[in-house]
Design a protein around this ligand. Structure first.
Ligand SMILES: NC(=O)c1ccc[n+]([C@@H]2O[C@H](COP(=O)([O-])OP(=O)(O)OC[C@H]3O[C@@H](n4cnc5c(N)ncnc54)[C@H](O)[C@@H]3O)[C@@H](O)[C@H]2O)c1
Length: 269
């Protein structure tokens, strides 16, 4: 798909990867770019700067997701490309409270489900439509230090796979975006100074946008802005136990020194 002339919606677009995507889509000549985010103030500033239309929403609430889609359709017509990109993280393991775990599930997985529930019947009825879901390398590998992130990103990848398998023959195209570290608030914290084992290999949001434009053009399912993730996936599937041993060593290094740089087989942000 070429984005030029298309109606595009991007969630989580006030900053970070979503902002870079929306900005690139505007510059690629999209007919309209609707930027959505839960952070109204940041969204308004971003939309004005990049030339997108702002529709604020909490996309983890199904009625708000439906509102974004209905408002975009009312104004611009059928949505050609929907980028379900909003995401959050939460550190910790099994001790994380159910409510915190559910919140991560709601944003990182259920928002993708709500978008698909609304859009897939329309896209398949007209035999044309594209879903780009931002998961993470954590969705195909794992996430050191965050059980909720690892599990919900796997769920996001599983949903995207299922939609592609089930509706691909009806003209639905699906891509899943799986970066490793990207220099955004999610990775670097609110003040941009958080340092961890992913920051040395982290790329800029604009690099992710480059990979997305290329991936959409090729209509490739798996979009990997860090090409080494494909090699990590091969290692994981060719010898799972060896991969788990390597990841345990990485986990121990990160535990002892959180700034350890990734050398092999690692996760995401
Ligand atoms: N930064 C990384 O290292 C990295 C790596 C892999 C995947 N990702 C994924 O990329 C996506 C974008 O993250 P980012 O790095 O740009 O982070 P970010 O924190 O810079 O931006 C995320 C945006 O999503 C918005 N958001 C959060 N919850 C929302 C909700 N319920 N409804 C609407 N908007 C909401 C936030 O307000 C924020 O503007 C996420 O899905 C994230 O998991 C990030």
């Amino acid at each position: 798909m070429r984005v030029s002339g298309k109606v595009v919606v991007v969630t989580g677009a006030a900053r970070g990867i979503g902002r870079a995507l929306a900005d690139r889509f505007v510059r690629e000549g999209a007919k309209a770019v609707v930027a959505s985010d839960i952070d109204r103030d940041a969204l308004a500033g971003t939309a004005e700067t990049i030339g997108a239309v702002a529709i604020a929403a909490d996309v983890s609430v199904e009625s708000e997701m439906n509102h974004v889609i209905a408002a975009a359709e009312a104004r611009f017509g059928a949505i050609d490309l929907f980028c379900s990109n909003a995401g959050i993280s939460h550190p910790g393991g099994t001790e994380v409270a159910n409510a915190d775990f559910e919140r991560v599930f709601d944003v990182n997985y259920r928002s993708h489900l709500y978008a698909a529930r609304n859009l897939v019947p329309k896209m398949t009825a007209r035999g044309n439509g594209y879903l780009l879901n931002t998961a993470s390398a954590a969705g195909v590998l794992t996430q050191i230090g965050s059980l909720a992130y690892a599990v919900t990103k796997h769920a996001a990848v599983a949903l995207a796979e299922w939609l592609s398998v089930t509706h691909g023959h009806q003209g639905l195209r699906v891509s899943v975006l799986c970066p490793q570290g990207v220099r955004t608030r999610l990775l670097l914290g609110e003040h941009g100074d958080r340092d961890n084992f992913l920051t040395p290999g982290a790329i800029e949001p604009s690099d992710v946008a480059d990979a997305v434009i290329e991936g959409l053009y090729d209509e490739r399912f798996l979009i990997l802005p860090h090409p080494e993730v494909a090699e990590y996936m091969r290692r994981k599937t060719s010898d799972y136990d060896r991969w788990l041993r390597g990841m345990r060593r990485l986990q121990a290094r990160v535990r002892d020194n959180p700034k350890t740089a990734i050398k092999s087989g690692a996760p995401a942000g």
